[in-house]
Design a protein around this ligand. Sequence first.
Ligand SMILES: [Zn+2]
Ligand SMILES: [Zn+2]
Length: 48
Amino acid sequence: MSEQRKCAHPPCGCMVQEGKKYCSQMCEDSKGVASIRCDCKHPACTAT
Ligand SMILES: [Zn+2]
Ligand SMILES: [Zn+2]
């Protein structure tokens, strides 16, 4: 059973592939930054 997981970057609502923690390099680079919103450019995050 492969379950999709959410990106480890709190403001990000994207799903990540199995075995990954972040949906993108952008989110991984943001892990030490207290950002309010995600800037990964994925549709799920750019939608207002
Ligand atoms: Zn995102
Ligand atoms: Zn993300």
